[in-house]
Write a protein that binds this ligand. Structure first.
Ligand SMILES: Cc1cc2nc3c(=O)[nH]c(=O)nc-3n(C[C@H](O)[C@H](O)[C@H](O)COP(=O)(O)OP(=O)(O)OC[C@H]3O[C@@H](n4cnc5c(N)ncnc54)[C@H](O)[C@@H]3O)c2cc1C
Length: 549
C-alpha cells in the first residue's frame, strides 16, 4: 500500500448533480441523504475496458488492481478516504488535520458543497432557521475540538452581554439550557473549514460502493460529477476508509406513504424534513386545522412555529397533535431514574442523558454487549424533547383556549373527504376521525441502513454486520467490525452506528468522540501523531489565531 497519494483526482465542484438516480424520499433542492435503493441499477455489468463496473467487479468481494485495470476504471491513491462529507466527515478530518495529517493525504468523497449543507437544510425546514437556537449545548462545537471558548462565551463576547454566561451558570434549574443559534454554528464551521483546507480535500460525486482490496486496503468507487472525468467511475485506493453518510433516508409511516402515493399529494401531507413553508403561508390566508404527528424536538419546533405565527399575525389556526406514545407524567424504572413528562411529551434537555457523552453512562455502555446493550438503549432512548418555558406557556394558552388539542393513538387509515384529510385514529376510546387541512409528519428520518446503497453493498460483500439495534456494528474504536482488510481499516460514525458502545453518536459531540477514538486508533497504527497535551495546547493556539493546523 502506498503511503503517498499519486495524482489524487479532485473533481472541480460544479452545480450539476451526479447522474445517479435519487430515491423519492430525497427532496428537490436539498442534498441527498442516501443513494439509490439497494440493487437499483446493479443489473448486468458493463463491458471490460468501458470504465464502468464489470460483472467480475460486481460479483467479487475482493478486488485486485488488475480487475480495475481490465475494467478501464482509473485508480487514484490516497491513504485515507472519508465518505459523506457532512459534519461527521468534517469533525473526523478536523481531528486528523490537528493530529498532523497533511490535506493531500485525505480525500473526502461527497455530494455536498460544504460540510453543514445537509444539516443546514434539515434544520431550516424543520423550523430552526439561522437566528433560532439548536438543541445541543454550549460546549458542543463541531468547529472546535476543545469546546473552548464555548458558544455561550463566544456569544457573550461578540454581543457584549453577560446573559449567555448567566444562563449557563443557572441552567437547567434557573433557566432553560443555553443552546447556540444555528447561524453561529454555521459561521464557526465555515471558518474552521477554511482553516483546515476542507475544499482541497473535497471530491464531488456519488460514492457507489467500497470493496476490499486483495493485498490490503480498499477500493472506493465514485461516480463523479457529470462531465468532470472521461470515465463513468473513478476508484480510490485507500488504506483507511471512514464512512459518515448520515441518515440512510427519510421514512414515512406506511399510511402516510400510501396516502401520498394514492393521491399524488405531496402538498397536504408533508414531512417536517422537507420544504413545507406553504403550510405556514396558507395559515396566514385562511382558517386552518393542522394535524401534527410525533413527540420529538422537531414536532416541538413545528408546533412552536405554528403558535408563534398565530400570535404574531393574529391567526385562528387550530392544531391537533397526535402522539403514538402519550406520556402523562414522570416515568422510569425507579425513583432515581426518572424522566419528566406531561401532555404527551417526554422531557429531556438533550436526546440522551448528559452522562452518555462523558460520565457514568458512557463507561457503563462501553461494557454492555448484545441484548443487555439493546435493553439499555431502550431504557434511556425513546422520543423526547427539551422542556422550554416559552413553549410551555404557549401550549397552556392553546389548551385553555381550545385551539391546541392532543390525542393518543395510531392512524389506521387516511382518506380525502371534501378537500380535508381525514385520519381514522385508533384510540383507547375507539376509532376517532380527525379532519385537517394539512398533516405534518414529524416522526422520522430513521430508515433501515440497508436502504443506503453503499451500506447495503457493505453488508453483502465486506463482512460488516449489524449491532444489537440493527445498525452498523462498530468496535469501541469505531472500526467496522468484520470489515478489516490486511493493514487496512474501515471506520464508521454517525447515525448509522447507533446501537454501539457509545450511544450519543448522532450529535456534534458524539461525532467528535468518535473522531477522537478514530484519530487515536490511527495514531496507534502510525498514520498520524497522537494529540497529547503539548500538541493540544499548541494547536489550540493556532486555532485561536485562525492559523492552519
Ligand atoms: C433537524 C436536526 C437537528 C439536529 N440538531 C442537532 C443539534 O442541535 N445538536 C447536535 O449535536 N446534533 C444535532 N443533530 C444531529 C447531527 O449532529 C446532525 O444530523 C449531523 O449533521 C450529522 O452528521 P453526519 O455527517 O452524520 O450526517 P450529514 O451531515 O447528513 O452528512 C452525511 C452526508 O453524506 C452524504 N452522502 C450520503 N451518501 C453518500 C454517497 N453515497 N456519496 C456521496 N455522499 C453521500 C449526504 O449528502 C449526507 O448528507 C440534528 C439532526 C437533525 C436532523
Amino acid at each position: 500500500m502506498t503511503d503517498q497519494p499519486t495524482g489524487v483526482a479532485r473533481a472541480a465542484a460544479t452545480p450539476t448533480q451526479p447522474e445517479t438516480a435519487q430515491p423519492e424520499t430525497v427532496q428537490r433542492g436539498r442534498p441527498a441523504t442516501g443513494d439509490a435503493p439497494a440493487g437499483a441499477g446493479a443489473g448486468p455489468g458493463a463491458a471490460a475496458g468501458s470504465g464502468d463496473l464489470t460483472d467480475d467487479l460486481l460479483r467479487s468481494d475482493q478486488w485486485t488492481d488488475e480487475m480495475l485495470q481490465a475494467a478501464g476504471i482509473p485508480v487514484m491513491d490516497v491513504p485515507l478516504v472519508s465518505i459523506g462529507g457532512g459534519i461527521g466527515s468534517f469533525v473526523t478530518v478536523d481531528y486528523l488535520r490537528i493530529a498532523g495529517v497533511a490535506a493531500d493525504r485525505i480525500a473526502v468523497l461527497t455530494n455536498l458543497d460544504f460540510a453543514w449543507q445537509t444539516y443546514e437544510y434539515l434544520t431550516r425546514v424543520s423550523q430552526i432557521p439561522k437566528p433560532e437556537r439548536i438543541r445541543s449545548d454550549s460546549a458542543s462545537r463541531p468547529d472546535n475540538i476543545w469546546g473552548f471558548p464555548s458558544y455561550a462565551l463566544a456569544e457573550a463576547m461578540s454581543e457584549r452581554t453577560f446573559a449567555p454566561l448567566w444562563q449557563v451558570l443557572i441552567e437547567p434549574i434557573g433557566a432553560d439550557y443555553y443552546t447556540p443559534k444555528a447561524g453561529r454554528v454555521f459561521a464557526g464551521l465555515e471558518r474552521e473549514s477554511k482553516r483546515i483546507g476542507w475544499s482541497q480535500m473535497l471530491v464531488k460525486g456519488q460514492v457507489r460502493m467500497v470493496r476490499k482490496r486483495q493485498g490490503g486496503g480498499y477500493f472506493v468507487i465514485l461516480t463523479p460529477m457529470v462531465g468532470s472525468t472521461p470515465t463513468k467511475r473513478l476508484a480510490y485506493r485507500a488504506e483507511f476508509v471512514h464512512l459518515a453518510v448520515g441518515y440512510p433516508g427519510l421514512r414515512f409511516l406506511p399510511e402516510l406513504q400510501e396516502f401520498r402515493t394514492a393521491h399524488q399529494d405531496f402538498h397536504h401531507v408533508v414531512s417536517a424534513y422537507e420544504e413545507h413553508e406553504h403550510v405556514y403561508e396558507a395559515a396566514r390566508t385562511k382558517h386552518l386545522v393542522v394535524m401534527l404527528r410525533g413527540g420529538g424536538i422537531v414536532a416541538s419546533r413545528v408546533l412552536a412555529r405554528l403558535m408563534d405565527d398565530r400570535a404574531k399575525h393574529g391567526l385562528s389556526t387550530e392544531i391537533v397533535h397526535l402522539f403514538r406514545t402519550y406520556i402523562t407524567s414522570s416515568h422510569g424504572p425507579n425513583a432515581w431514574n426518572r424522566r419528566k413528562g406531561a401532555h404527551g411529551f417526554a422531557y429531556q434537555g438533550f436526546n440522551y442523558p448528559k452522562s452518555v457523552w462523558g460520565g457514568q453512562l458512557k463507561a457503563r455502555m462501553r461494557r454492555l454487549e448484545g441484548e443487555d446493550r439493546a435493553a439499555a438503549y431502550k431504557l434511556m432512548g425513546g422520543t423526547n424533547t427539551p422542556y422550554r418555558r416559552r413553549w410551555q406557556a404557549q401550549m397552556t394558552e392553546g389548551r385553555e383556549a381550545g385551539w391546541y388539542r392532543t390525542m393518543a393513538g395510531t392512524v389506521e387509515q387516511m382518506r380525502l373527504d371534501q378537500g380535508k384529510i381525514v385520519s381514522v385514529v385508533n384510540t383507547q376510546a375507539g376509532m376517532v376521525e380527525v379532519a385537517a387541512d394539512f398533516v405534518i409528519d414529524c416522526t422520522g428520518l430513521e430508515a433501515d441502513i440497508a436502504e443506503h446503497r453503499v451500506l447495503a453493498d457493505l453488508l453483502e460483500h465486506s463482512g460488516a454486520g449489524r449491532n444489537p439495534v440493527g445498525r452498523l456494528d462498530v468496535e469501541r474504536t469505531f472500526e467496522l467490525r468484520g470489515a478489516g482488510s490486511g493493514p487496512g481499516v474501515m471506520y464508521a460514525s454517525g447515525a448509522t452506528t447507533l446501537g454501539g458502545y457509545f450511544p450519543g453518536v448522532d450529535t456534534f459531540l458524539g461525532l467528535q468522540v468518535a473522531a477522537q477514538e478514530i484519530a487515536d486508533d490511527l495514531a496507534r497504527r502510525g498514520f498520524c501523531r497522537r494529540i497529547g497535551t503539548f500538541r493540544s495546547i499548541q494547536q489550540w493556539l493556532r486555532w485561536a489565531r485562525n492559523k492552519q493546523p
